[in-house]
Design a protein around this ligand. Structure first.
Ligand SMILES: C[S@@+](CC[C@H](N)C(=O)[O-])C[C@H]1O[C@@H](n2cnc3c(N)ncnc32)[C@H](O)[C@@H]1O
Length: 281
């Protein structure tokens, strides 16, 4: 019995390795360095739901049926997020981006890969405190419809509020974080007024088209899951979506440095990965 168990474990880990390699080579999504426990759990769930007898059997469907792959992709996507994640990023936005946005009559912002929306509401709070929320339109997108539903509701577990309050203060928050939510039972409900200028929509960065004429694009902790080719493709999409002089904010472990578009940008804040698209001479 123990022998069988270890044999099964070994077989499963080989199958997972083959499947992830296949996904990478067929579709360009790189899940090979994702947490193995997370990947295994999600793949086995998918296999059971679809009544496949093994991951090898499922592999055939993953590689040959794009719709099936897309549904698996949603299962594999990591939606971890928080309010005012990396607070220094928001401090830099306040100092280096907001003063320029304040000179615009109308501002368009795109949050790509917004997950459950915490990042979007964080930026909305910042815009509100800086007095420019009312003339801003925010598009918040993700390819995972289930997580977008959470984002639309804006209801979060109240036990995360302590951490978010600390982040808010570190991010240069001007008032009290309690101004922005209503605590009810075990939930924190985001202030309705923050939702006014936000449109949540399904959008796949790999297969869907541009959002034109954006002044700011924030896409953090998404590119990290893509290989170089795919990152390049997505950065091209951002490049086509941004106005000249527009800002691009990425996650701390992400960069445009290796993309074909690097020369078209200047660093606003190198460490915090905030870039500005050059204005055409
Ligand atoms: C780790 S979360 C990042 C959330 C937030 N931006 C942050 O930094 O806290 C990554 C998000 O990217 C989304 N995502 C992954 N691939 C995507 C794609 N091809 N198109 C759109 N969204 C994608 C996932 O569904 C997930 O919600």
């Amino acid at each position: 019995m123990p022998e069988n168990t270890s044999h099964n474990d070994l077989t499963t880990s080989i199958e997972i390795e083959f499947l992830l390699e296949g996904i990478f080579r067929r579709y360009g999504y790189d899940f090979r360095s994702y947490s193995p426990a997370h990947i295994k759990r999600r793949l086995i769930n998918k296999m059971k739901q679809n009544k496949f007898r093994s991951l090898s059997e499922m592999q055939h469907h993953v590689l040959h049926d794009k719709n099936f792959f897309n549904s698996l992709l949603k299962d594999l996507s990591i939606n971890v997020t928080e309010m005012f994640r990396d607070p220094a990023f928001y401090v830099a936005l306040r100092k280096e981006v907001i003063p320029i946005l304040k000179t615009y009559p109308f501002i368009k912002v795109w949050h790509a890969g917004c997950a459950s929306g915490e990042e979007v509401y964080s930026f909305a709070i910042l815009l509100k405190e800086e007095g420019i929320y009312d003339r801003t339109q925010i598009y918040a997108t993700d390819f995972n419809n289930n997580i977008l539903e959470v984002a639309r509701k804006g209801i979060y577990p109240v036990d995360r509020i302590k951490e978010y309050t600390v982040n808010y203060q570190k991010a240069g928050g001007k008032y009290s974080f309690t101004d922005y939510y209503l605590a009810k039972y075990n939930s924190a409900i985001i202030d309705q007024a923050l939702k006014k200028n936000i449109v949540f929509a399904e959008h796949n960065l790999v297969t869907d088209t541009v959002f034109a004429e954006m002044h700011v694009i924030i896409c953090r902790n998404v590119l990290i899951y893509f290989n170089r080719d795919l990152q390049n493709k997505v950065i091209r999409l951002f490049n086509e979506s941004l106005v000249h002089g527009g800002f691009l904010g990425l996650g701390t472990k992400e960069t445009i440095q290796f993309s074909n578009y690097n020369a078209q940008y200047t660093d606003v804040n190198k460490e915090l990965k905030i870039y500005k698209k050059k204005v055409n001479e």
